[in-house]
Design a protein around this ligand. Structure first.
Ligand code: ADP
Ligand code: ASP
Ligand code: MG
Length: 405
């Protein structure tokens, strides 16, 4: 008997019929003699609707109440799945994050899981009950509801698998696994049999939303092998696992894009120690992650600073930066919300040169201007105008020979 954690995403849970399909799949694995914990997302589109309602109510909704609101989507889907399983004759019980409890820090809308108390779940499993857990949410140590950031049910699933020492962690979604790029943009993309934690971390942080980045961090930290596969067929999916020699042989394994980006430039900043800290500390205090940063060469004691933030945090970030820029005596602030980041990722890059220049040449051949560049050992990212995103992804996918073959 194995302990199996299965996670089903929004599309897989998108209608009554689809939830029945999920229940049949869960029941099949249970009938094979396994203990089962099922982590689910809200029905597709529901979380977006809840977010839109918050934004309709106020320009800057209270962060605590935002989480109370958006956590409700999963309450519906856990109850529907558990009642469906019961109607099929199985023992099933739903849990909201706070009932488990899944303890998080207090960073509303992007909380981190700190601890999972598995006591209640273990008791249920012993009785043969199928446990259904709401993804995406938890409770902080003061008793406030929290959510884990969009796509956070993946993280709930991997954390539950790690916390309860599960034998198997399967993430069921609406594609057959992890592809060389988003198969909805490039239909010729190829499915990977396996991908290393580090590559998947880069892909997730660079916009491939098939797995939330924190789920991969958890998986790597606790050595959970994650199997990403389709809830609509039985094809083998992709294993996210430790790096091996085959993986290093591949130069570029994936192309990602991210439209959740916005650019802010602070003009004519005095070029002296402490200025960057004065600009960026208020952003980090507001829990806003700054991604790429470029500082121009200084002219007559002044310089320009450009950086990117998530587009979802843009309005908040701009206000903070405008205030900080005035304090440090900058000449002004410019911004651009219509940018995107395209990236190439591969552990093989570590030992090869010329990869970045090939990327720049491929983009320039299509007349796509590069606004910012950043690199790490295993990735190169470029910021471009967001209207060229899909074109850039296709061009790079073909330049690096990733199509099915
Ligand atoms: P779920 O609701 O199951 O969590 P998501 O929409 O969050 O599903 O993630 C699955 C989607 O991720 C796919 O439909 C696909 O469009 C997108 N995606 C982006 N990049 C990739 C990739 N490299 N491989 C597979 N899917 C990808
Ligand atoms: N329902 C949440 C969202 O849409 C969490 C998830 O789907 O993973 O972001
Ligand atoms: Mg998802």
């Amino acid at each position: 008997m194995a302990l199996v954690v299965q996670k089903y995403g929004g599309t897989s849970m998108g209608s009554i019929e689809r939830i029945r399909n999920v229940a049949r799949r869960v029941a099949r694995t249970y009938d094979e003699g396994n203990e089962m914990i099922v982590v689910v997302s809200a029905m597709s589109g529901e979380t977006n609707k809840l977010v839109a309602l918050c934004n309709e109510m106020c320009e800057f909704p209270s962060e605590r109440e935002y989480d109370v609101m958006v956590a409700t989507g999963e309450q519906v889907s856990i109850a529907l799945l558990a009642m469906c399983l019961e109607s099929m004759g199985y023992k099933a019980k739903s849990y909201m994050g706070f009932q488990v409890p899944i303890i998080t820090d207090s960073a509303f809308s992007k909380a981190r899981i700190e601890e999972i108390d598995g006591t209640r779940i273990r008791e249920d499993l012993k009785k043969g009950t199928i446990v259904v857990v709401a993804g995406f949410q938890g409770i902080d140590r003061d008793g406030n509801l929290t959510t884990l950031g969009r796509g956070g049910s993946d993280t709930s699933a991997v954390a539950v698998a790690a916390g309860l020492n599960a034998d198997v962690c399967e993430i069921y979604t609406d594609v057959d696994g992890i592809y060389t790029t988003d198969p909805r943009i490039v239909p010729e993309a190829s499915k990977m049999d396996k991908v290393s934690y580090d590559e998947m971390l880069e892909m997730a942080s660079l916009g491939s939303k098939v797995l939330q980045i924190r789920s991969v961090e958890f998986a790597k930290k606790y050595g959970v092998v994650v199997h990403v596969r389709s809830s609509f067929n039985d094809n083998p999916g992709t294993l996210v696992t430790k790096e091996d020699a085959d993986m290093e042989a591949v130069l570029v394994s994936g192309i990602t894009h991210d439209k959740n980006e916005a650019k802010i430039s602070v003009m004519r900043v005095p070029d002296k120690p402490g200025i960057a800290a004065q600009l960026f500390s208020p952003l980090s205090e507001a829990n806003i992650t700054v991604d790429m940063i470029i500082q121009n060469v200084s002219h007559e004691g002044f310089t320009d600073l450009t950086f990117t933030v998530p587009r979802t945090d843009f309005k908040k970030a701009l206000k903070i930066v405008e205030d900080a820029a005035a304090r440090v005596g900058a000449a002004g602030v410019d911004s651009n919300e219509t940018i995107a980041k395209v990236s190439i990722v591969g552990v093989g890059m570590r030992s090869h040169s010329g990869v970045a220049s090939k990327m720049f040449a491929a983009l320039s051949a299509e007349g796509i201007n590069i606004q910012m560049i950043s690199t790490s050992e295993i990735k190169v990212s470029c910021v471009i105008d967001d209207k060229y995103t899909e074109l850039a992804v296709r061009v790079l996918h073909s330049a690096f020979g990733l199509a099915k073959g």
